[in-house]
Write a protein that binds this ligand. Structure first.
Ligand code: ZN
Ligand code: ZN
Length: 211
């Protein structure tokens, strides 16, 4: 599914699938054919077909956090992996990334860059801003560009991320959302790791976990 961005130089494609209904996103700059792959958890084939049919080259993979359903296809792409420093261990440890509880323990390739709160990653005239939002996992991040926020498993449409997995923290996720996301403008679009799209304004008014 195509999602519009306020900056017309960029395009975003959403892919949904896998046992846990995970959303992956390809953010791309059609003019230069460069792209960022966000949370390749499942379905490498269709992601690769999209990249090749649009002649896109991946600059990097961005993992919003280190759970299996967001990193499970990291190995399928020859691109550097970016993840927050507090979730780096999740990539290599199946008990952290939850694959250790399945029949297929998963170890991702090592990250090339460890992110921190406030990092700014230039991307073809725009900036991808990294917001550290601990709670769902210690190193969960939200990434913003133009009027778009990729919220991973921190903030969903009418819901928030689970905190009953190992290393989850229910107090921290609420604090992260209130202090770092709900302070943003109403018409910022949120593109979550599961489920439908929303906006900051809609979540501030209607999200039952925040009201
Ligand atoms: Zn998760
Ligand atoms: Zn998830």
């Amino acid at each position: 599914m195509h999602i519009d961005c306020a900056n017309p130089s960029f395009k975003i494609e959403q892919f949904t699938g896998g046992a846990w209904g995970e959303n992956s996103y390809i953010l791309y700059h059609p003019q230069s054919h460069h792209a960022v792959l966000i949370d390749p958890g499942w379905g490498a084939g269709k992601l690769k077909r999209f990249l090749s049919s649009h002649s896109l080259k991946l600059d990097f993979i961005l993992n919003t956090h280190g759970h299996l359903d967001h990193i499970g296809e990291n190995h399928s792409f020859s691109a550097p992996i970016y993840v927050h420093k507090d979730d780096a261990r999740f990539l290599s440890d199946p008990l952290f990334n939850l694959s250790g509880f399945t029949l297929w323990p998963y170890r991702s390739p090592e990250p090339a860059r460890l992110l921190d709160d406030g990092d700014k990653i230039p991307f073809h005239g725009e900036t991808l801003k990294i917001i550290h939002t601990p709670g769902h996992t210690p190193g969960s991040i939200v990434a913003g560009i133009s009027d778009i926020l990729f919220t991973g498993d921190t903030l969903f449409c009418s819901s928030i991320g689970r905190t009953d997995f190992p290393y989850g923290d229910s107090g921290k996720i609420i604090q992260s959302i209130r202090t770092k996301l709900l302070v943003l403008e109403d018409d910022i679009k949120i593109l979550p790791g599961h489920g439908p799209l929303s906006t900051i304004g809609a979540e501030r008014r209607h999200n039952p976990f925040l009201n």
